[in-house]
Design a protein around this ligand. Structure first.
Ligand SMILES: C[S@@+](CC[C@H](N)C(=O)[O-])C[C@H]1O[C@@H](n2cnc3c(N)ncnc32)[C@H](O)[C@@H]1O
Length: 200
């Protein structure tokens, strides 16, 4: 199976499996970090569309995902916003340079096969001075936690193509984006907000 389309297999279960996280954690972060964005926004790996309801009502959303079946659920989300959903690989975006005011990625960089390629693409399509908002889970700097992450990584990688031990801040910095804010959200530094700017 092509890497990234593993989500096709679990699309019908995704919102059920994620519900405890969504209910107790994720929805608060979506509310806090997404509702104030405006203009033209690219949501990378939009999945079943869990961010869609949080974007302000005058924004224009473009959502891309590698999984046709995840996108199918996104299409059912009720919103007054203009949302354009496209089957597309984040590692090879079909948009012109400087197309978006904001780029959002929530829990996606752990899934993308080559995150450095995707982040370069995010930078390319974001307007100069525009912001990239990542809410991700990543490798902890606490040794006891990263030990467990390393232990379970082969299983999550095999089952979902999900890498739970990535240093995503490093990947963001190496792509040439300027990290302007990081905030630990939960489980010490496992869930993190990372805001970076395209300084081109
Ligand atoms: C954990 S889900 C997150 C979905 C959503 N962003 C959310 O917050 O609920 C990860 C999503 O990334 C998508 N994905 C994985 N690799 C991708 C790629 N190379 N390009 C675009 N989407 C990708 C998967 O299909 C899946 O829908």
């Amino acid at each position: 199976m092509k890497h990234g389309t593993k989500y096709d297999r679990i699309a019908h279960l995704y919102n059920i499996l994620e519900w405890p996280f969504e209910h107790y954690l994720f929805n608060y972060w979506r509310k806090e970090f997404i509702t104030q964005l405006e203009g033209k926004i690219l949501d990378v790996g939009i999945g079943t569309g869990n961010n869609i309801g949080y974007y302000p009502h005058n924004s224009e959303i473009v959502g891309i995902d590698l999984s046709k079946k995840m996108l199918k659920y996104s299409r059912n989300v009720d919103t007054p916003n203009k949302v354009n959903l496209i089957l597309m690989d984040a590692q090879m975006l079909g948009f012109e340079d400087n197309s978006f005011d904001y780029v959002v990625s929530t829990f996606v960089m752990c899934n993308i096969y080559k995150p450095h390629l995707a982040l370069k693409e995010l930078r390319r399509v974001c307007k100069p001075g525009g912001l990239i908002i990542n809410i991700e889970h990543l490798r902890s700097e606490t040794k006891s936690i990263s030990f467990i992450q390393d232990l379970f990584n082969p299983f999550t990688k095999y089952l979902l193509g999900e890498y739970i031990n990535r240093d995503i801040v490093y990947f963001i910095q190496s792509s040439g984006l300027e990290v302007i804010e990081t905030k630990n959200l939960k489980f010490k530094d496992v869930f993190k907000l990372i805001i970076s700017r395209n300084i081109d």
